[in-house]
Every structure is written in C-alpha cells, then in structure tokens.
Design a binder for this molecule. Structure first.
Ligand code: ADP
Length: 559
C-alpha cells in the first residue's frame, strides 16, 4: 500500500514540476528561439543598423549643408552692390581675404553688363593656383551671362519659399591630368531690387573642403554618435567620387573595405558620395554575432533550468522519502510500544489473579515483564536520544572509562536474554585496552543497539560474537552475527534515520529505524566511525572504530 502511495505522489510531483516549471520555461525557450530565428531570417539586426547608418548619413549631410551654407551666407553679406567698378574689385578682394575657403569670387550684373572677378588674394604667390583660377573664371565668364536670368529666377523662387537663396554646382574635372573637384555657390547679393538680374558667385577651394570642412563634419557626427551610443566603435565615414571607391576624404577610423551604405551629396556638393561602415567589422558579422550570443545564452539558460529542475526533483523526492519514512516510523513505534505494554499487562493481570502453580512459572512471568519493560526503556531511550539529536541538544559526558569493563558489564546484563533465545555467544576482549574518555551510557547504548540488531536479524544460524581490541591507533568494537545480512545497495542507507531494509522479512521484525542512526551519531561524536561488512544470508559485522587520538586518550596509556 505504501508503495502505491509513493508512486502516486511521485507522479504527481513530476506532473507539478512539468506543469509549473518545465512547460512555461520550455514555452519561453521555444518562443525565444522562434524569435531569434525570425530575427535571423528577416535580418532585423542588419536592418536596424542600416537604418541607423542612414540616419547618421543624413545628419552628416545636414551638417555639411549648415557649415557650407553659413560660409556662403557670410560671404554674400560682404558682396558689394553692382554700381561702381573700382569699389567692387576692392570689396570683393576684402571679402575673399576674410574667407580663405573660396578660390575666387564673381559679381555679375545684367543691366550694367558688368562682370567683375577676383582671385583669392592670400594665394597670390601661388602661380599654379592663379593659373587654374583664371582658367575657371574664364569659363565661368562665358556661361554666367547666358544662365544668369534663369539662375536668378530660381533663386527668387527659393527666397519666396523662405529658403536661403543660394544655389550650388559642382563636379569633377580633369586638370593637369588629375581628377579635380570643383564646386561653386551662387546667390543674389543683398539689397538687389526684384527685377534686376544680379548674381554673386564664389568657388570653394577643394583643398579646404578636403582638409577642413569634411573632416570637421565627420568628427562632429562621430563625437555626437559615440556619445549617444556610449560605444567604443562609432561608425567610420569617407567621401568618394561616384564610381571611384578610393576615399577622397576619410574619417580617422576609416579602415578600408566596402561601405555599408552611401548617400550622394547632390544638393550641395554634387559629385561627392558620403559612405559609412563600422571599423573592423561588417553589419552581417554584427547580426551573426548577435544571434550567436543569444543562442549561447539560451543554451546556458536551458542547462541551468534542467539542472534546477533536477535538483528540485531530487530534493523534493528526498523530502518525500523522509516523510514516508517518518510515517512508517510512527506506525512502527506505536506498534513497538503497544506489544510490550500488552504483554506486561497480560502477565501482570495473570500474576494478580494469583492462580499460578509453582515458583518457576512466577519467575518466568516476572522475567518476561522485566524483559519487556527493558525493551520499552531501550526504545524510549532511543526516541529521546533521537529527538535530542534532532533538536541539536544532545550532550555527551566524556569521562575516563575502562572500555573493557564497560563492554563486559553491558553484555553481562544482556547475556541471559541472549542465551535464552538460543544464541551461541562469544566475547573476546583483549587486555591491552587503554582507558579512554567516552560517554559511558552512549557507548553502552550503541553496543546494545548492535547486539539487539544481531538478535533481531538472525534466523537459523544463531550466533553473536563481540570483540574489543586495539589496532592501528584505534580501538575497535565488533558485533558479528550470522543472520540475514544486508544487501550492498542498502549498507549505506541503514545508518540514515528511519531507514529499514526493504526485505519483507525485516518488516515482520519490530524496529523503528532509529538504532543505527543513533549509533552513528554517538560514534561520530567520539571522533570515530561505524562500518559494516555484510552479505545477504551470510551475516553482518558492525565495527565501531574509535581512534585513539589525544581527545579520546585518557591519562597515561600503556606503551
Ligand atoms: P531497526 O532495527 O529499529 O529497524 P536500525 O537503525 O537499528 O533500526 O537498523 C536499520 C535497518 O538495518 C534494520 O531495519 C535492518 O533492515 C538493518 N539491519 C540492522 N542491523 C542488522 C543486522 N545485524 N543484520 C541484518 N540487517 C540489519
């Protein structure tokens, strides 16, 4: 019956564990894996980084726009009105001096048929610079008068739309067999009446763009981005010509390789393409790494969970075992209490009637009453000891003791009982046992428990052997029987509280499962150990091993 109860309970526990822990956790794991697979398939990480890149590129373009726009706006403010020729040249020159980022400036006015140009005066000494600038101005002087009306119209429309009325042109030209970037800004100078076609033109110095403007923009964006992300690796950027992938300008952390995303700066610097990537890695790598990390973490979590469930299962089943043992114990103990009490009562009543004939019968009855009450006492002592040990209140009184004498007298008071049950009885006490510090009562009780077990668990071959001897620095107290023995699988467990062997024969024998656990506790409190050697149907030998170290040794020991 108890087996069935246990099975049921175990299945119930397994079911509970499964429902309460494993199922939700497994569902969570499954969902996470499904999620990760989705992320992997849709390249969601990659897409998020691309979105981010596209945003950074937009910011970079906006900053370029702002910086270049501010320079052009400042230059425009300093442009002279198209009235007096000589003053115009002078003013243009002063403006250029204030703005070394421009190569030349042109002022065109249709009404006065006027086109004045100046080259950057700070570079006067640079022959080659002058030559290129003059060539450019020569070309500009040809197309400006043709395009000016259309350009002005366009600028006025921009002005009406509240935009800064500035237009940009640019592109690549081959100068001295070198691809060279050029770029101009055009605008209507300040305070020009609506109906007049007047244009101001400034040309950006490509070396200035390359060496100052773009690096400044990149540094700005990177500083902002790396602050925002608090990450060690801000995106790297570079600028190149379309279809030409070597960088024209690059950020300090650009490390070559293919850009992840690009954006043409069509509106302000046509012919330049802004490119972005991460240093030392690719977006695909980052995505793959994200997935890998997550899978690893999931794997580790699953392992932890399995371990946790296993531990819980083990603990709970241990507790359940203990609960079962305890309930068996209560049944056993009640039974053990009831039987001697019933016997005592029966014999006492018979005695009371006084109808017995013969002295011997009286003696026999008294003996039974004494034996049964001794058994009760032993059982109650065991239970009391056990409850003290459980509560941590068991105290031992170590006193100098002659063990040989203790063993002999304990056995003497038991001898009669042993012989009564038809046991052959052999005691070997060697005479070189030194006095030791032990708790007399506890040691005597241990011995009684062992002898009592030998009595209980012997069937046909009725033999009990007790020896006390000294060996290898310890004192050994052995109790040997030729009884039913203990299977190896249970030899460790018999020392656990409440444990009784599974053999059905054992369950017909009275017992509480406390004896050996008490013996072990007592022996360990003395710094020793209890050992068992046993084979089923051959018998058992229990050995109490008390090491003769300084704590046990009392007084002077014989050499
Ligand atoms: P109890 O004897 O009250 O059941 P113990 O703690 O003394 O409790 O013993 C635990 C179990 O060990 C016993 O139930 C029995 O199965 C087994 N056992 C103990 N001593 C012997 C022995 N001498 N021979 C065979 N089995 C034994």
């Amino acid at each position: 019956m108890s087996k069935k109860w246990r099975l049921n309970d175990r299945t119930r526990m397994l079911l509970t564990l499964e429902l309460a822990i494993i199922l939700p956790a497994a569902a969570l794991m499954g969902f996470s894996i499904w999620n990760l697979q989705h992320i992997g398939r849709d390249k969601a990480i990659e897409a998020a980084i691309q979105r981010d890149f596209s945003y950074v590129l937009k910011i970079a373009e906006k900053k370029t726009w702002e910086k270049a726009g501010a320079m052009v706006a400042a230059a425009r403010q300093e442009f002279p009105p198209p009235n007096d020729d000589t003053l115009i040249e002078h003013k243009l020159e002063r403006m250029l001096k204030n703005h070394p980022e421009f190569v030349y400036a042109i002022l065109y006015d249709k009404k006065n048929n006027l086109l004045v140009s100046r080259i950057q005066p700070t570079r006067d000494a640079d022959e080659e610079f002058r030559r290129h600038a003059e060539e450019d101005i020569g070309m500009a002087s040809k197309w400006i008068p043709l395009e000016a009306t259309g350009m002005c119209k366009h600028l006025r429309v921009m002005g009406e739309m509240d935009e800064l009325p500035v237009g940009y042109y640019g592109g690549w030209a081959v100068v001295d067999k070198q691809p060279t970037y050029w770029s101009i800004a055009y605008f209507i100078p300040p305070e020009i009446p609506e109906d007049r076609v007047t244009l101001g033109v400034v040309s950006f110095d490509p070396e200035y763009l390359r060496g100052k403007l773009f690096p400044a923009v990149m540094a700005d964006v990177m500083a902002k981005e790396s602050n925002k992300r608090a990450e060690a690796n801000p995106p790297a950027m570079m600028i190149h010509a379309p279809k030409e992938y070597s960088p024209w300008v690059q950020s300090t952390n650009w490390d070559g390789g293919k850009a992840e995303m690009e954006r043409s700066l069509t509106d302000i610097f046509p012919g330049l393409v802004l490119a972005i990537k991460y240093k030392g890695t690719t977006v695909a790598d980052i995505g793959a790494r994200f997935l890998r990390y997550n899978y690893i973490i999931l794997g580790a979590l699953s392992l932890l969970m399995v371990g946790g469930v296993f531990l819980t299962y083990r603990n709970v089943s241990r507790e359940m075992n203990l609960a079962r043992l305890k309930s068996d114990f209560v049944a056993n103990v009640s039974h053990e209490l009831r039987t001697p009490l019933a016997l005592i009562r029966l014999y006492a009543e018979t005695l009371e009637l006084g109808r017995l004939t013969g002295q011997e019968k009286y003696h026999g009855y008294f003996r039974i009453i004494r034996e049964e009450s001794e058994r009760l006492t032993a059982l109650i002592n065991n239970i009391l000891d056990f409850s003290r040990i459980e509560a941590g209140r068991k105290e031992y009184e170590f006193k100098e003791t002659n063990l040989a004498e203790l063993v002999r007298s304990t056995l003497d008071s038991y001898r009669f009982q042993i012989e009564q049950h038809g046991f052959t009885y052999e005691v070997n006490i060697s005479d070189n046992i030194p006095p030791v510090n032990v708790d007399r009562e506890a040691i005597a009780r241990s011995l009684l428990n062992l002898v009592n077990n030998a009595l209980k668990y012997s069937k046909d071959e009725k033999y009990i052997g007790v020896s006390l001897y000294r060996a290898n620095g310890s004192i050994k107290l052995e109790v040997q029987d030729r009884g039913m023995g203990i299977p190896p699988s249970e030899q460790e467990k018999i020392f656990e509280k409440f444990y009784r062997c599974g053999d059905p024969l054992v369950h017909n024998i009275k017992g509480s499962g406390l004896g050996l656990s008490l013996v072990r506790h007592i022996v360990r409190a003395h710094g020793g150990e209890i050992l068992v050697e046993s084979a089923p149907d051959k018998g058992s030998k229990f050995t109490i091993d008390l090491p003769l170290d300084r704590s046990l040794r009392a007084g002077v020991t014989p050499a």
